[in-house]
Design a protein around this ligand. Sequence first.
Ligand SMILES: Nc1nc2c(ncn2[C@@H]2O[C@H](COP(=O)(O)OP(=O)(O)OP(=O)(O)O)[C@@H](O)[C@H]2O)c(=O)[nH]1
Ligand SMILES: [Mg+2]
Length: 403
Amino acid sequence: ELILYNFLPDQLVNKSTCQGFCFNILCIGETGIGKSTLMDTLFNTNFENFESSHFEPQVKLRAQTYDLQESNVRLRLTVVNTVGFGDQMNKQESYQPVVDYIDRQFESYLQEELKIKRSLHNYHDSRVHACLYFISPSGHSLKSLDLVTMKKLDSKVNIIPVIAKADTISKSELHKFKIKIMSELVSNGVQIYQFPLDDETVAKVNTAMNGHLPFAVVGSTEEVCVGNKMVKARQYPWGVVQVENENHCDFVKLREMLICVNMEDLREQTHTRHYELYRRCKLEEMGFKDTDPECKPVSLQQTYEAKRQEFLVELQRREEEMRQMFVQRVKEKEAELKDAERELQSRFEQLKRLHADEKAALEEKRRLLEEDQSSFNKRRAAAQLLQAQSLTANGKKDKDRKK
Ligand SMILES: Nc1nc2c(ncn2[C@@H]2O[C@H](COP(=O)(O)OP(=O)(O)OP(=O)(O)O)[C@@H](O)[C@H]2O)c(=O)[nH]1
Ligand SMILES: [Mg+2]
């Protein structure tokens, strides 16, 4: 059975309660530090729990949403758990997914707000209202990952630091540890959530509770018989640690502050401080301004027109740049072609010269050959003549002899 301890209606007297509202808790802490157990103890239930290994390559965020009801108030509770937090070598790999998750929820709210047809009244608001940061009960000091992560988150979310498994550390040590943690947070400029003092009905209790931070918590869903009552507790050979006993730990203080007294303030701070900051940065990034350099107000229309003009000028500049580039390329190509043509022409001329030289040489050879041939012919004719003459001469001699 889910019990919200009958305090919710008090915080919502002026709200339309039947409509219900969302509350989103982010639990950051290393694997096995007791996140799921504490959530189960806080909401007196058994949420689905998946244990994670220490070997996750990167941090994942797992969100689970539950619809809770108390008298006439409906609460849509989302519990977001970091899976594998602190198991990476590189710190940034641990906190960046958390930062990104928070920003994504802001972004989707902003997108809804910017729609023409907004439906914020039935929008499922997933922005993180409270971040429980689980500190390991070492008794020494905060880890550098704790400081880095909280510093990255303190302008994005309401951080409530808790010392986990506070039953594993002695009371005197715990007292010193709390002081040490607070001084480390202050000296590193980490802004944690302060319970508000402006509403005088709760100012006194909130002042006292601010002095107990960080809350030392113990979680357990097991019930043990103490006196003649069943109470949530952790049982040890040396005794019983009662979760809801204020002498044993700060669990009740956390529950009071988170659910009973300040739930509405956490939601409000999320909207008016953290979301507002995100929205402002995002709109400025997009180029929207409320005033011009002379501090005169600028309307959305003017900003839009100015942006449009800026865009058109830029477009023209880019077009001109591209045209110039094109002309340049054409010129280059033309010059290249001219060069190639010249080259070809000169090779052609060279070949022509070579060819003419060869032709001349051949002509010369032919002329010599023809000369040779005609002198040969002449000599042959002369020889034939001689031969003929000698033949006739010989014939005469023969005749003369016969005679
Ligand atoms: N001593 C002590 N042990 C606790 C406490 N809370 C949880 N545990 C034990 O620590 C172990 C891990 O608790 P979980 O609640 O599953 O831790 P988790 O942070 O949700 O772990 P993952 O989701 O796996 O990262 C269980 O054996 C719990 O019984 C506590 O307050 N004190
Ligand atoms: Mg868990």
